[in-house]
Write a protein that binds this ligand. Structure first.
Ligand SMILES: [Zn+2]
Length: 342
């Protein structure tokens, strides 16, 4: 079959997933023992439609539906420790591991209760600069400022309309794109000053704190993993800096939380963001596994690639279980590989 584009293949895959159900489609593909799934922010369903950067958030009601669907389809939701045992042995039922990257306040306050209420685990990949206050959460801060205002002052002296959800989304997109490649933290601080906002207060509003992490570290539904110190794109760093990002994050988490930290996730995680050097560094730092965001399922073949595991990202565009099934069935990974081959 000629593959003309992701849309065409994706629509077919979704129809297959929808018609056959998760387990049968996975069996039809015949590859992979489990699936790693990650996301970033979670919002309450009622707030999601009005969020200026809603692509970055999944809604908590959808997350609950997805967990129920996975359990109803006979998959086990497991920690990465458990997934590792299954990958090594090749035994056990099909599994899904859910992980949340970065770890904002809403991970603890909104996402975790969804997992807890169903008695299933979630892995939290913590960027230690967030609770340490050394990473500027400029996208979250920008989004909040737009949510809280009907007009905002811009650096060029203009006063921009932010009175509707559409205007907030447009401004969020435009400002983030304009700042992204040119010292976004600095531009964000200027924007805060122009609009009378305190960046420290905004950070507190969005960041998970060490106290929050201490409160959940012994929760049977929580597994703590590492996600660098500063959320750096590791492939862009000199070797020693990349090593410090990976090792420093593990040391800080173990020191501050006193719990084992056996798993790592690469920031961004796509081809070009991490490769052989970074996989070796994660192994050298003592992590048992490291996950990318390259789509696909995990299975016996990954025993030799435990520091380059595929992982599938959910975002705000995922509104229905059938869309998530693309990843869980392995169709998303097949699609990604097919698109690279064409
Ligand atoms: Zn991240």
């Amino acid at each position: 079959m000629a593959i003309k584009g992701e849309g065409q293949f994706g629509a077919l895959a979704m129809r297959l997933a929808h018609a056959g159900g998760l387990t049968s489609v996975a069996r039809w593909i015949g590859a992979g023992q489990g699936c790693l799934v990650n996301f970033h922010r979670v919002s309450h369903a009622v707030a999601w439609p009005g969020l200026p950067n809603r692509e970055f958030h999944i809604d908590a009601a959808f997350l609950g539906q997805l967990l129920d669907h996975v359990a109803g389809s006979g998959w086990d939701v497991v920690t990465l420790d458990d997934a590792l045992v299954r990958i090594r042995s090749g035994e056990g039922r099909r599994f899904v591991n859910f992980s949340v990257d970065d770890v904002y306040r809403d991970t603890i306050e909104v996402a975790l209760p969804v997992f807890r209420s169903r008695g299933v685990p979630v892995t939290l990949f913590v960027t230690t600069g967030i609770p340490d206050g050394t990473v500027t959460l400029w996208q979250a801060g920008l989004e909040t400022m737009l949510l809280d205002r009907d007009r905002v002052a811009l650096a060029d002296g203009r006063d921009a309309d932010a009175g509707s959800a559409e205007a907030k989304r447009r401004l969020c997109r435009q400002l983030a794109a304009a700042w992204e490649d040119d010292a976004p933290e600095l531009q964000y601080r200027r924007f805060c000053a122009l609009n009378g906002c305190d960046p420290a207060a905004l950070h507190h509003r969005h960041a998970a704190s060490w106290a929050m992490l201490e409160a959940v570290r012994d929760d049977p539904c929580v597994e703590i993993g590492g996600h660098t110190v500063s959320h750096a794109r590791l492939s862009a760093l000199p070797l020693e800096d990349a090593r410090r990002e990976i090792m420093g994050c593990r040391a800080r988490l173990q020191d501050r939380l006193g719990c084992p930290v056996r798993h790592f996730a690469f920031p961004y995680g796509r081809r070009g963001d991490c490769g052989g050097r970074e996989f070796d560094l994660a192994r050298e730092a003592g992590f048992a596994t490291a996950a990318t965001t390259r789509r696909g399922l995990v299975g016996a073949g990954d025993r030799a690639r435990l520091h380059a595991l595929p992982r599938n990202t959910l975002n705000g565009a995922h509104r229905h279980v059938s869309q998530a099934e693309m990843h869980l069935s392995g169709l998303g990974g097949l699609l990604a590989r097919a698109m690279r081959a064409t």
